[in-house]
Design a protein around this ligand. Structure first.
Ligand SMILES: *[C@@H]1O[C@H](CO)[C@@H](O)[C@H](O)[C@H]1NC(C)=O
Ligand SMILES: *[C@@H]1O[C@H](CO)[C@@H](O)[C@H](O)[C@H]1NC(C)=O
Ligand SMILES: *[C@@H]1O[C@H](CO)[C@@H](O)[C@H](O)[C@H]1NC(C)=O
Ligand SMILES: *[C@@H]1O[C@H](CO)[C@@H](O)[C@H](O)[C@H]1NC(C)=O
Ligand SMILES: *[C@@H]1O[C@H](CO)[C@@H](O)[C@H](O)[C@H]1NC(C)=O
Length: 250
């Protein structure tokens, strides 16, 4: 089974550890055993690698004729121990496909990448009592969908896109017991069929800057104050919290 590969070297994201990975789509991919997240040694890139996923032709179902092809996977990775006083944004994305087999009737018309960050802060840590109350904030750091218009092609394909809306992560304060979760989602679609071998990934170009760490909690596009530790309310639904699936790796 493959879990997380996280490269740790000197400088900014020095103290980053991943603690769990949770699939966001148990049906079309197995992110729990199939996502690798790795920072490049210089921290200018983070790679989300989905070794098992491949472009496959949709079967007909429920009156839907099928015949187009899709690939997709998402995984949420929980991190802790970020170095303090820094934040990052995603400047660009490069997709790498598995080896494609597109005939002249197949058209790869969409490659998608989405990265969302959520941070949770315990607000009643001292003295510790239950239920634990947290503040939750999240934001979309990247959300792009490009049309490579690729047809009649055999082989591995790469495409890149700039992030048109740079959005900074929270300014990390280095707290140990607060969690940072990042969800990486990759997708692709072709019309008229088309297949690939397994092995899709995306490289996310990162830019870093120093920032004012005490403002860590003043962040996010969506903010939920005071949700309880075991459940939280989002559009009035009760959602079970993801729990760590295995102990911290480092
Ligand atoms: C590519 O796909 C076409 C059409 O589905 C198929 O006939 C052909 O054998 C495939 N080629 C390879 C190398 O898999
Ligand atoms: C978690 O973050 C909050 C807000 O930044 C901070 O007050 C608290 O001390 C942190 N908790 C721990 C255990 O570090
Ligand atoms: C296949 O994709 C094409 C182009 O996106 C679309 O027009 C067509 O409706 C799709 N077919 C099915 C069965 O979804
Ligand atoms: C911290 O956040 C507050 C509230 O948004 C803002 O007024 C203040 O300027 C920020 N301080 C720094 C140093 O960024
Ligand atoms: C949540 O429930 C409250 C009270 O029942 C209601 O006023 C509100 O519109 C609901 N919000 C959503 C997003 O469904």
């Amino acid at each position: 089974m493959r879990y997380i590969l996280l490269l740790l070297t000197a400088s900014v994201a020095d103290a980053v550890h991943s603690v769990s990975v949770v699939s966001t789509n148990a049906y079309t991919c197995n992110a729990v055993s199939g996502i690798d997240i790795a920072f490049s040694p210089d921290k200018k890139k983070i790679t989300a690698n989905f070794p098992p996923i491949k472009l496959t032709v949709e079967a007909p179902a429920h009156g839907y004729p099928g015949g187009n092809s899709t690939v997709g996977c998402g995984g949420t990775v929980e991190f802790e121990d970020w170095a303090g006083g820094v934040r990052f944004a995603i400047s660009d994305v490069t997709w790498h496909t598995g080896k494609l087999n597109l005939t002249k009737n197949n058209l790869l018309h969409s490659l998608r990448a989405k990265v969302e960050m959520a941070v949770e802060h315990e607000t009643n840590t001292y003295p510790l009592h239950y239920p634990m109350i947290k503040d939750y904030s999240s934001a979309t750091l990247l959300d792009v969908d490009i049309n490579p218009a690729l047809t009649n092609y055999q082989g591995i394909f790469e495409a890149s896109a700039k992030n048109p809306r740079l959005y900074w992560s929270t300014c990390f304060n280095g707290y140990l017991a607060n969690t940072t979760k990042i969800t990486f989602t990759l997708g692709g679609s072709s019309s008229g069929g088309g297949t690939s071998e397994p092995g899709w990934s995306m490289d996310l170009g990162l830019v870093w800057e120093s920032c004012y760490a005490p403002n860590e909690t003043v962040w996010g596009q969506k903010v939920i104050k005071g949700w309880e530790s075991c459940t939280y309310r989002e559009t009035n639904a009760t959602i079970k919290r993801s729990k760590a699936l295995y102990p911290m790796l480092d």
